[in-house]
Design a protein around this ligand. Structure first.
Ligand code: PSU
Ligand code: MN
Length: 308
């Protein structure tokens, strides 16, 4: 089996960084196709890539194009993907068919972790991970992102689980799955649009070096799985907690009324929230992912030093 020839396609930038053992940060594409409207989606994707380059690491935006996993995307590919409607949102279960049938798909946190690991990339930056949905005791809607964190050896930097989820239950499941959950320079687990979910961060850390070392120890010992880093949105961009809570309530009610289910739930809630907050949630989303990119680049650099 030749992974690189058969399944993975690299941009020159990523191929060279891999060959030179330089720090690389993986990025997902579901946030582009299902998480933000056009053109903010492509503008944010480019901003995040540039932020990572400025910080001294190489961005690798990941998605599936005509049956091949792309690790790194050209400006044109990203623009094309951002403009499409109806692109498949691929999580772990969807990848075999996407590759086999020659489909084009964006990758969720779970699928991007899988691709990053195959490519040899250990650090991954996103906005928010999927998790346990409110009412999951009825719907059993628990994101495959959580089980992926249990299995796949990648550091995932996020601003917490989205506030549309049940954050307490999400933290419980992460504990059961044995996933280290770190609070980056905070004692509180962040809630995406706000800095404090009301839950403690299980393991507060001070620095990128500490994050990298925790991951290195885990993998040195052969203890499979990811490391989750909760990096709070900068205080100046945080949304007002009571108004976001009300907007979430409205969005959840609309989803319930319209019978939205399965993989459509997260995209539906995100766009409903954007309408409810008159775009404030989108602005916060952009700022927090930019901040995650800065921190993720530092973590990738620190991890690379430990590997060298
Ligand atoms: N968080 C965001 N925007 C997003 C997502 C999360 O702020 O677009 C996407 C991520 O790709 C995540 C996915 O992996 O939603 C989770 O979907 P689900 O709940 O269907 O597993
Ligand atoms: Mn789901």
């Amino acid at each position: 089996m030749n992974l690189q020839r058969n399944y993975l396609t690299f941009t020159d930038e990523v191929r060279e960084a891999l060959a030179d053992k330089r720090p690389i940060v993986a990025l997902e594409t579901t946030i582009v196709t299902h998480g933000m409207p056009y053109p903010q989606n492509v503008e944010t994707a480019r901003l995040v890539e540039e932020t990572i380059r400025t910080a001294g690491a190489t961005p690798a935006t990941i998605g599936v194009y005509k049956g091949a996993i792309h690790v790194g995307m050209s400006v044109d590919e990203l623009e094309w993907l951002a403009e499409q409607t109806g692109v498949i949102k691929a999580s772990r279960r969807d990848l075999p068919a996407a590759l086999s049938l020659g489909q084009t798909a964006s990758t969720t946190v779970a699928a991007t972790m899988m691709a990053a690991r195959l490519a040899g990339v250990r650090t991954f930056v996103t906005g928010g991970i999927g998790g346990v949905h409110r009412g999951a005791e009825r719907t059993m809607d628990i994101s495959a992102d959580l089980t992926e964190l249990a299995h796949t050896d990648v550091i995932v930097v996020c601003a917490g689980a989205k506030a549309i989820l049940d954050i307490g239950l999400t933290l419980e499941v992460l504990e059961t799955l044995g996933v280290p959950v770190l609070g980056y320079q905070t004692a509180r687990f962040p809630a995406f649009y706000t800095r404090d979910s009301g839950y403690l961060a299980p393991t507060p850390v001070d620095s990128a070096e500490q994050v990298a070392d925790i991951a290195r120890v885990k993998w040195d010992l052969g203890w499979q799985g990811g490391v989750l880093v909760g990096n709070p949105i900068p205080a100046e961009h945080e949304l007002d907690e009571s108004s976001i809570r009300e907007a979430i309530r409205q969005a959840l009610a609309a989803a319930d009324e319209q019978g939205v289910s399965g993989k459509d739930v997260t995209p539906f809630l995100l766009s409903a929230l954007e309408r409810e907050t008159a775009g404030q949630s989108l602005a916060a989303n952009i700022r927090l992912i930019e901040h995650n990119a800065k921190v993720g680049a530092e973590i990738a650099k620190a991890y690379q030093l430990k590997e060298a």
